[in-house]
Design a protein around this ligand. Structure first.
Ligand code: ATP
Ligand code: MG
Ligand code: ZN
Length: 250
């Protein structure tokens, strides 16, 4: 049996005197132990975020975050605030409300959408196991894709006479970004598939981030009344991003 006697010890980190178990060789006070653990967790978490980001984001966007989004005008500030308020709103899990980023090219829509997902990865709950094995991070946690990737998957499934079951993955991601909506001047098929995915996610109370160059009435027409209705019901956030392209002035 261990002798559970406590004696006065000197903390090797801060030099403070404290009462500790005699047989423990690790001479560190509780406060310093907590600080050390927190530091280790932070390092693990950072690694988890980077591993996950390089798994699920396209290389070009893998480092996009709120921190490196540069704000130069009021419109940008407004859009940035709405997006960050959206993600910090704790109701998303209950309501599954969507975020719609629309506007002209090169204004940072994709950048901000990736930043949102990065935020969820950084701040989301994780088990110790997930942190310890970050390199095996769950690829089904969230997904960035373009609408054409979804359509390709749907066509593939249907060409084999199957149903739309290859779309199942899109129904279940905790977070899904669908980029480039309306790029191919929205065929009926594209709109049907988009409706299918968004409706399933609506039923599952899962949030989706939609990105498109369509704005105003043409966006409404594109998404259709049924979708707009569901989005308004859940309190989805529409952010219009129309200013000069960032690409030219890098
Ligand atoms: N405000 C910003 N601060 C920092 N980088 C930005 C900003 N806006 C855009 N960028 C960068 O400029 C490039 C273009 O932005 P992004 O691809 O997000 O634009 P977009 O709105 O999605 O354009 P498109 O409609 O053509 O897809 C990216 O590399 C992005 O990181
Ligand atoms: Mg884009
Ligand atoms: Zn100490």
């Amino acid at each position: 049996m261990f002798d559970m006697k406590t004696i006065e010890k000197v903390c090797k980190e801060c030099g403070k005197h404290y009462q500790g178990l005699e047989h423990f060789r690790n001479n560190i006070c509780n406060e310093c132990e907590d600080i050390k653990r927190k530091k280790e967790k932070d390092i693990q978490n950072k690694r988890f975020v980077e591993e996950t980001a390089s798994t699920i984001f396209p290389k070009r966007f893998k480092d996009c975050s709120f921190d490196n989004y540069i704000i130069k005008n009021d419109e940008q500030q407004k859009a940035f605030n709405r997006v960050t308020e959206y993600i910090k709103n704790s109701d998303i899990k209950k309501s599954g409300n969507n975020l719609i980023l629309s506007g002209s090219i090169g204004t940072g829509k994709t950048h901000l959408a990736i930043a949102v997902i990065r935020y969820t990865i950084e701040h989301g709950e994780k088990t110790d196991y997930e942190l310890d094995y970050a390199q095996y991070s769950n690829p089904y946690y969230s997904k960035y894709c373009t609408i054409s990737e979804i359509i390709t998957d749907a066509r593939f499934a249907m060409s084999y006479g199957g149903d739309k079951s290859s779309l199942t993955q899109y129904y279940n991601y905790k977070w899904l970004v669908i980029d480039e909506i309306g790029r191919q001047t929205g065929s009926d098929n594209e709109q049907n598939i988009l409706f299918e995915v968004l409706n399933k996610r609506y039923n599952n109370i899962l949030p989706t981030i939609l990105i498109t160059n369509e704005t105003g009435d043409s966006l409404k027409k594109y998404l259709g009344t049924a979708l707009i209705d569901r989005m308004i019901e859940t309190g989805s956030v529409f952010v219009n991003m129309t200013w000069e392209s960032y690409r030219g002035n890098k």
